[in-house]
Design a binder for this molecule. Structure first.
Ligand code: HEM
Length: 468
């Protein structure tokens, strides 16, 4: 699958035709006006930025400009998104919103830029190629088996968001650094969560909540940061002294050499990259799976079809990488879930040089917002966009999708490094769980989203889990 067309697009023809248009959008840029509207918009943004973006799209259209709390312009149309993420990508690096992650991730791939980022991406990319990620299936299966044992013994309803979070942490622990201990991965996850909550609070305080203030929150975050670094460093030292050429990503990073200088990665680099991969790689997949179970419980016909495919293909055995092509419906369900609930609902970029996008000027200092949560519901590209319909991703229809209208993993050069890993993990876990269990919601009330940097649930997803 081409990185830039991702799902769908039948190659350069559609893509180039899209670039060739000379439409002028300069008189179609709208947004809140006057202080009352701006304050109203700001309050809604803090409450739920994904829903606010969507309502602004419905109210103002494809390009929305806001002035508060910062000068920002949101592009919801695929061709404009392509300009930012691909055609002129060097003009749109990650924005200052990512700075709050720097104390946690150092110079890891998620936040680095320029040559450093390019070197890291080159080094890590082979680990995550489509052909390479099948090797993780046995670890994924092993982790699912552990969850089965927990669920089989559980009495009463289960917090599915919590189960999926722990499950994907175990998987990332096994795949990234061959962790023998599930507890170790959970501990890392807990420390990361404390640090992230703290970083989000700092970001929202717009510079007022300084990290040197002697508050309980600051102390707690410092402690979590130290414990996180100590635990990951122990793992790195263990992997170095084991001196075996493992299949896990950390062992490969230890052996990797820069093609130009021949240098190996330092402990600090290994620490930053390991933390970045765990952070980027577990919550996103866990949320995609949780939203899947939520939607399946509300659409029993789709749930039945998924169960039928998983039972027919797998019977009583565990999946292997060879089964993946035989699970097309499972894949369709996973993709359609990420259309309605993209785990990363929006990202921001900054403008380096003045630029013109279809007649619309953007200036240095302005933020550019790309919101998959909105573009995935754009009625020009998605018929009946609020309907959960996995058929949209049927293999024979997928080529009809408009390039850049579907971007749960983003697109362009800063697209998700772990896309293939996440797809394998999602399909294997979904098939295993759907074959064995039926999950029922305790409440018929729809669940609202609570976007942080990822698209979380407003309240825990409590479900009754029954053996089929
Ligand atoms: C369903 C699961 C996943 C989704 C929806 C997802 C989505 C994304 C998105 C939207 C970005 C771009 C973020 C931005 O620019 O702010 C991203 C970046 C990234 N993701 Fe994922 N991701 C998933 C799973 C994973 C996994 C499993 C891994 C690795 C084990 C991973 C590793 C990364 C890394 C390293 C980056 C930064 C890439 C760079 O900047 O070069 N992701 N992901």
């Amino acid at each position: 699958m081409s990185q830039d067309l991702a799902i769908g697009g039948n190659g350069a023809r559609v893509d180039d035709a899209q670039s060739a248009s000379t439409e002028d959008w300069s008189n179609r840029v709208f947004g809140p006006r006057g202080w009352r509207q701006h304050i109203w918009h700001l309050a809604r943004m803090f409450d739920n930025y994904a829903e606010t973006d969507l309502s602004m799209f419905h109210r103002y259209g494809d390009i929305v400009r806001v002035r508060v709390p910062a000068h920002a312009i949101a592009f919801f149309r695929p061709r404009h998104i392509k300009h930012v993420l691909r055609s002129n990508v060097l003009n749109y690096p990650k924005s200052y919103h990512y700075d709050s992650l720097r104390p946690l991730l150092g110079d890891g791939i998620f936040v680095s830029e320029g040559d450093l980022w390019a070197r890291q991406r080159r080094l890590l990319a082979p680990e995550f190629r489509e052909k390479a990620v099948g090797r993780f299936v046995p670890s994924i299966v092993e982790c699912a088996d552990k969850l089965f044992r927990e669920w089989d013994e559980a009495r009463g309803p289960i917090d599915v968001t919590d189960s999926m979070m722990r499950l994907t942490l175990w998987v990332v622990g096994r795949a990234m650094f061959r962790s023998e201990s599930f507890h170790e991965a959970e501990h890392i996850g807990h420390c990361l969560e404390v640090c992230l909550t703290h970083a989000t609070r700092q970001m929202l305080s717009m510079g007022l909540y300084k990290s040197w203030l002697p508050t309980h929150g600051n102390r707690k975050a410092k402690r979590a940061e130290r414990e996180l670094d100590d635990t990951v460093m122990q793992i790195i030292h263990r992997a170095r002294s084991a001196n075996v050429s493992g299949q896990d990503v950390l062992s490969r990073m230890i052996q990797a050499r820069d093609p130009e200088s021949g240098a190996a990665m330092s402990d600090k680099q290994l620490l930053d990259e390991t933390k970045s991969l765990i952070l980027a790689g577990h919550e996103t997949t866990s949320l995609a799976l949780s939203w899947c179970f939520y939607l399946l419980a509300r659409h029993p016909d789709i749930d039945d079809r998924l169960h039928e495919e998983a039972s027919r293909v797998l019977g009583d055995r565990n999946p292997t990488a060879a089964d993946l092509p035989s699970l097309p419906y499972t894949r369709m369900v996973f993709l359609e879930t990420m259309r309605l609930y993209p785990p990363v609902p929006g990202v921001s970029r900054k403008v380096v040089q003045p630029d013109v996008i279809d007649g619309v000027r953007v200036e240095p200092g302005e933020l550019v917002v790309i919101a998959p949560y909105v573009t995935h519901r754009h009625p020009e590209y998605w018929v009946d966009p609020e309907r959960f319909d996995p058929e949209r991703f049927a293999p024979e229809r997928v080529n009809d999708l408009e390039p850049y209208s579907y971007l749960p993993f983003l697109l362009g050069r800063r697209a998700c490094l772990g896309e293939h890993f996440a797809m394998v993990e999602g399909i294997v876990l979904l098939a295993m769980l759907a074959r064995r269990y039926k999950l029922t919601l305790l409440s018929s009330q729809p669940c609202r989203t609570r976007p942080i940097s990822t698209l979380r649930f407003e309240r825990p997803l409590m479900m009754k889990v029954s053996r089929r």
